[in-house]
Design a protein around this ligand. Structure first.
Ligand SMILES: Cc1cc2nc3c(=O)[nH]c(=O)nc-3n(C[C@H](O)[C@H](O)[C@H](O)COP(=O)(O)OP(=O)(O)OC[C@H]3O[C@@H](n4cnc5c(N)ncnc54)[C@H](O)[C@@H]3O)c2cc1C
Length: 544
């Protein structure tokens, strides 16, 4: 993975000329472009750890498992959020771990945690490092040093129980590696976040991640049957069971704990039969309200597809503009123009169905009938297939946009159906207004995804010219305005990106003072020295 962005160095996704023209006319592009500095120019300061500590770590994980060279410290200095990338590209990360340690098994994790407790070293568990909320930021709090625990070496399948549709993996296993293992056996986990190419399963569990096909396969927490956990206090072993009434859900307390309570070392996950067919369809609605109503009908009549994404008017316009004359735009525009006199309004939805050919045909027929009843127009599989093909591409484009001086950021929430359109308007206006106050009017767009019977998620993307020399101040102003609008507008502060550092100050609003106290009490029990991922999730944070 590029230390300053996404993907491996060989894979570059350039913005086509028509997209650059569109962006130049709408938000403006930097001239000259703003490439990242060279790796050697990134400033990280000296490591605070002495030879004695490093030798003790080597004795636990072996020489090859302890790295404190400049490149390793830079790679682990941040996640993949907008402020992370801005700082890294400028060669000025907020900090860096003193050392990066690669444990090989649960016993080594336990031994490292004991050493860190004894020597007052903060521990940041690190899976794929794809957090977009500052989850892996090297914040040491009051501690003498900071160790990033990279789980990459713990990447094996432990057991496949085919009869029970259950696979047990080490938590550092990457999602693509598990999918490859399962596919050859006719199975799938079905967890495909947009960051799929790099995420670890432990990281997904620690953040309560939601894959793009959550409508069919469920969010990650619906897949977690059991786990093995190393907290500074001791181990927790929760074996795989289909369901349990043994007290409050301890699994649920550990899932989503974002490395603040301890380290997930193993996971037992539910798998499913791999789909034989994937059918992705495009549907057009006259406006956002009609689209929302149709998706609600699908969800409440048990006809929801595995993937559902309804773009609002702004996102639809932007997608069609970026697709260009030879892309999806042509066929979509023609289909819609022919039937309704498309004038550039309307909202595009992508509906994806997976399963056996019979199941897919039956579910698609029923869903499209409901869509038609709701005023939607099926426009064939071209937009759906185009989305499927490029669904992991956006992060590469983000790097290109940053090089052209364009701020591009995403944020998400979820709310009840009765509040969805109101929150969509409120949060969108807050982002727009904040960009205007910054003097950088931009493009703000949104889509609805992850349908539930009671509500859905709203996912905002915004683009604007970067305020040079104050990119972080600009980002902070917009993020604060959006978070306030979401929190006060009845949405959750995060539907799937997690809390990390960036949302920590909203947790009290989210769960209440007593709820936060309960979480902190659990932390002081499991992690009495407070070494686990300081500054994240339940940390007192001053938003100013
Ligand atoms: C371009 C892009 C697209 C994204 N799309 C999605 C999406 O569609 N859906 C979604 O849910 N998220 C998405 N994300 C966010 C991110 O990918 C998820 O939060 C993901 O689950 C993080 O997994 P990771 O392995 O990279 O974890 P990391 O980023 O390494 O860590 C995330 C948090 O979990 C903790 N952690 C990691 N491993 C462990 C462990 N073994 N034990 C305890 N704590 C641990 C870390 O300390 C940190 O707090 C996206 C991110 C990017 C950059």
């Amino acid at each position: 993975m590029r230390w300053w962005g996404w993907g491996d160095a060989a894979h570059r996704l350039a913005l086509p000329a028509h997209a650059l023209r569109f962006l130049s006319e709408t938000v403006g592009l930097a001239d000259p472009p703003r490439p990242p500095v060279a790796l050697a120019a990134v400033r990280v300061g000296p490591s605070a750890l002495g030879e004695q500590t490093l030798a003790a770590l080597r004795a636990i994980v072996g020489d090859e498992g302890v790295r404190d060279d400049h490149a390793e410290r830079v790679i682990h200095a941040a996640g993949k959020g907008y402020p992370d990338l801005v700082r890294l590209r400028a060669g000025e990360p907020e900090g860096a771990p003193d050392v990066v340690v690669y444990p090989g098994d649960h016993a080594q994790v336990r031994a490292v945690l004991s050493l860190c407790g004894r020597d007052s070293l903060a521990v940041v568990p690190f899976g794929g490092g794809t957090s977009v909320v500052g989850g892996v930021a090297p914040m040491r709090g009051e501690h003498a040093g900071l160790l990033t625990l990279d789980m990459r070496r713990m990447g094996e399948v432990r057991e496949l129980d085919r009869e029970s549709w259950t696979v047990t993996v080490q938590a550092g296993m990457r999602a693509p590696a598990l999918e490859r293992y399962l596919t050859t056996r006719g199975l799938t986990l079905g967890h495909f976040p947009q960051s799929f190419e790099y995420v670890s399963l432990g990281g997904c569990a620690a953040t309560r991640s939601a894959g793009q096909a959550s409508g069919g396969y469920g969010r990650i927490e619906r897949m977690i049957l059991g786990l093995r956990f190393a907290a500074p206090l001791g181990d927790l072993n929760l074996p795989a069971v289909p369901a349990s009434a043994a007290g409050p859900g301890l699994r649920e307390l550990l899932v989503g704990s974002e490395g603040t309570l301890g380290v997930i070392s193993e996971l037992a996950l539910r798998v499913r039969t791999a789909p034989l067919e994937r059918s992705y369809q495009g549907v057009f609605f006259e406006d956002f309200a009609a689209g929302v109503e149709a998706l609600r009908a699908l969800a409440q009549q048990q006809a929801a597809p595995d993937v559902a994404r309804l773009s609002d008017e702004h996102e639809t316009r932007m997608s069609l503009a970026l697709a260009g004359p030879g892309g999806v735009k042509g066929s979509l525009g023609r289909a819609y123009l022919g039937l309704r006199g498309y004038r550039g309004d309307g909202c595009l939805a992508i509906l994806g169905f997976e399963g056996s050919p019979d199941q897919v045909a039956r579910r698609r027929k029923r869903a499209l009938a409901l869509i038609r009843q709701g005023g939607g127009l099926a426009v064939g599989s071209t937009p759906g297939q185009a989305w499927l093909k490029t669904r992991f591409s956006a992060p590469y484009l983000r790097d290109e946009l940053l090089t052209h001086g364009v701020m591009v950021e995403t944020l998400e929430t979820a709310t009840q159906w009765s509040n969805l359109r109101s929150l969509h308007g409120r949060a969108g206006r807050a982002i727009n207004d904040a960009l205007n106050v910054c003097g950088t009017p931009g493009l703000v767009m949104c889509h609805v995804s992850h349908l539930y019977e009671t509500g859905a998620s709203l996912y905002f993307t915004f683009l604007a010219a970067q305020r040079v020399e104050d990119e972080i101040g600009q980002w902070r102003a917009v993020k604060e305005a959006a978070s306030r609008a979401i929190s006060e507008g009845g949405g959750t502060i995060t539907h799937h990106h997690a809390v990390g550092r960036d949302h920590a100050s909203w947790m009290e609003h989210e769960v209440g003072a007593t709820g936060l106290s309960a979480l902190r009490a659990l932390k002081s029990e499991l992690d009495p020295a407070g070494i686990m991922n300081p500054g994240k999730l339940m940390a007192p944070v001053n938003r100013d």
